[in-house]
Design a protein around this ligand. Structure first.
Ligand code: PMM
Length: 290
């Protein structure tokens, strides 16, 4: 077996959750997306009302989600930041209600330490930061102090400008170097290394060619030994390939999710957990054994 293949098969350490329990990687884990926003690119406006958002979250759990990723700020290309107070107003009641109705851990999709802190107090257990803890200098201290698992995602720039002509000399090398630099910064501040999951940030300051190169190179990212999360669900690169609008990208999503799992992803972030369940199960059986 090649060393690449071996690295792919050795599961990273489980993420240790603050309310007890762990998220292990004996099989691929499914993160279900719950955007409580008026303007996210694929599901914006659908779950703004907190009861509707809770019902959607419970439906994702029923469908097999292993994590619920709750966000109150759209990160679609060109989107503007949302004030922390408004994000908290959107997500805190949803997390509070979900945390008492399901044991599935809730992650908070934010770059704001204030929002992350409020989400953890409401019952959230994981921080998912698309800036890899760069946009708010309070984020790494919060991770060190709370000990919660966190996702460090690569983005070239804030969403408002990230798709303005993104360029790299070596996209795979630069993304990996950047994520490693963020890990070292976290560890130096007291964050436990194995609590940090890495994400190449598909669609965040990347062209179609960049996205494809990063997915193809997932074994290199996986070889670093961290849990690796990949989010391709409904993204525009799938529309570029297939010509499909955002509401007709489920099969394209299935293709990209299956490829990511076979290439070693440990967590896949998707909107339609029920619809992708079989594709994920088959890809995971091929990658890790039934
Ligand atoms: N993509 C979006 C938002 N948050 N977080 C991580 N870790 N990885 C992603 O790829 C990612 C993310 C944008 O998608 P959405 O608007 O459908 O939530």
């Amino acid at each position: 077996m090649s060393s690449d293949a071996r690295a792919r098969l050795a599961a990273p350490a489980p993420l240790v959750l603050p309310r007890g329990g762990t998220l292990d990687f004996t099989r691929v884990r499914v993160m279900g997306v719950l955007n409580v926003t008026p303007d996210s690119f694929s599901d914006g406006g659908r779950y703004l009302d907190s009861e509707a958002a809770v019902a959607r979250g419970l439906a994702l759990v029923e469908a097999g989600a292993d994590v619920l990723d709750v966000g109150g700020e759209s990160t679609r290309p060109g989107s503007a930041p949302v004030a922390a107070a408004e994000q908290i107003r959107r997500i805190a009641p949803v997390i509070e209600k979900l945390a008492v109705r399901t044991a599935v851990p809730i992650s908070i999709d934010t770059t704001s330490a204030e929002v992350a802190r409020a989400a953890l107090a409401a019952g959230g257990q994981i921080v998912n930061d698309i800036s890899a803890f760069r946009f708010d200098s309070g984020m790494i201290p919060l991770l060190a102090e709370s000990g919660v698992p966190a996702v460090a995602m690569h983005t070239l720039a804030p969403p408002s400008t990230m798709q303005d002509d993104p360029r790299y000399l070596d996209v795979v090398g630069q993304v990996i170097a950047h994520l490693l630099e963020r890990v070292e910064r976290c560890v130096a501040a007291g964050v436990v290394r194995s609590q940090i999951a890495l994400d190449p940030g598909i669609g965040f300051g990347k062209t179609l060619a960049h996205n494809l190169a990063l997915i193809r190179a997932l074994p290199e990212l996986v070889a670093l030994g961290h849990a690796v999360l990949v989010g391709t669900s409904r993204k525009s690169f799938l529309g570029r390939i297939t010509g499909r609008p955002v509401d007709e990208r489920e099969m394209a999503t299935a293709g990209s999710v299956a490829a990511s799992i076979v290439l070693g992803a440990h967590i896949v972030r998707v909107h339609d957990v029920a619809g992708l369940r079989d594709a994920i199960a088959v890809a995971d059986a091929i990658a890790r054994g039934a």
